[in-house]
Ligand binder design. Structure first.
Ligand SMILES: [Zn+2]
Length: 353
């Protein structure tokens, strides 16, 4: 008998409690936040959410890396070839076919209370339109944090979307890069403003009976002081899906490996990922590669870089200046996948593209 009671209390009681809990969603958007910069920044609140759910550093958003298409994709669940927003002019949108998540929720049950508070007004004005029960445009991220915290404390929302914009604004001023201190600082400030919002959720009187799913993501990255192209720095986004009933794991590109030793990429992987420390690839001898003296052949090497410069593929020179003595085969920034050859003698340089 004791055993039966034990089983009931350990397994069934929590299940009953969970099944009675009210499911709620908080979706926080951080505009223009690069994952490699987020990794460098000190973000205790986001770290806490990451550690209580699923995190992916390798997600990709729409290949048109502009906020209109990017937020449309995140809120409507399809990319621009379906929602038809290809820039920040929303006039050709197809939101009637591909509804925003807020419209889906309201159509499923009009009693669900939906909220959207945004720093970048076009999200509310163009994408969400009349589909939030409470909609507010704010002028600063600080105001967003205060308004959202108050609203979540006082009211009973079921779905809340919040849009923070300062990271993108600072990226445009100083650069979207993990090496730009201002960009790292603004990510840390944003984390600091997200803290009170999470606290407001956790301090709700009915929190124990609620099951909150907290999603954090971004619409695009950036390169230099802009975005809009289809480099990996611009397309790569992160996503956090956090909650007490979410399994704890990190999702990475499964074709990526990091090696510091010779590695035959032809045998066991389709893509290599280098960490910048003593990495190289060596293909073992193979009779197939003995081309003979009268056979034409091509050797192809594809490299995708995370650096925004003419990255060296092979060379013997200090590539900080093209005039430095030596040679280099490098990417041709920003028009890759083309490459070029530079030769310098310390005074004069010549380039073949
Ligand atoms: Zn921007």
């Amino acid at each position: 008998m004791k055993k039966v009671i034990f089983i009931f209390s350990v397994f069934l009681l929590p299940h009953l409690l969970f099944s009675q809990s009210t499911k709620k969603v908080l979706f926080i958007g951080i505009d223009g936040c690069r994952e490699d910069a987020l990794r460098v920044a000190n973000t205790p609140n986001l770290d806490q959410l990451k550690s209580n759910g699923i995190y992916s550093p390798d997600a990709l958003n729409d290949d048109i890396t502009i906020s209109g298409p990017g937020w449309s994709a995140l809120l409507c669940g399809v990319w621009s070839e379906k929602h038809l927003v290809t820039n920040n002019d929303f006039s050709n949108n197809n939101y009637e076919t591909y509804l925003s998540i807020l419209k889906y929720i309201n159509e499923a049950d009009p009693d669900f209370h939906t909220v959207s508070i945004c720093h970048w007004n076009p999200i509310n004005d163009e994408i969400i339109q009349d589909d939030a029960d409470f909609k507010l445009n704010v002028d600063t991220d600080a105001e967003l944090s205060t308004q959202a915290s108050n609203y979540i404390s006082v009211n009973d929302p079921d779905f809340v979307f919040l849009h923070f914009d300062d990271v993108d604004i600072v990226g445009h001023s100083y650069g979207f890069s993990p090496f730009v201190p201002e960009y790292i600082s603004v990510i840390e400030e944003t984390d600091n403003l997200i803290g009170p919002v999470i606290q407001a959720v956790e301090q709700r009187a009915s929190f124990a009976e609620e099951d909150w799913l907290i999603i954090i993501s971004t619409d695009h990255g950036g390169r230099g002081t802009s975005h809009g192209g289809n480099s990996i720095q611009e397309e790569n986004i992160f996503i956090i899906v956090s909650g007490n009933n979410i399994p704890n794991k990190v999702i990475r590109k499964d074709s990526s490996v990091i090696v510091d030793n010779p590695f035959n990429c032809l045998e066991s992987a389709t893509e290599l990922r280098f960490d910048g420390e003593n990495d190289y690839v060596q293909i073992p001898p193979n009779p197939l590669f003995n081309f003979g003296v009268d056979q034409d052949f091509t050797i192809e090497c594809r490299v995708r870089t995370t650096e925004s410069a003419d990255v060296a593929i092979i060379g013997n020179k200090d590539w900080n200046s093209g005039g430095n003595p030596g040679f280099v085969f490098s990417f041709k920034f920003p028009s890759g996948p083309e490459w070029k050859v530079n030769i310098g003698d310390g005074m004069v340089q010549t380039e073949q593209i």
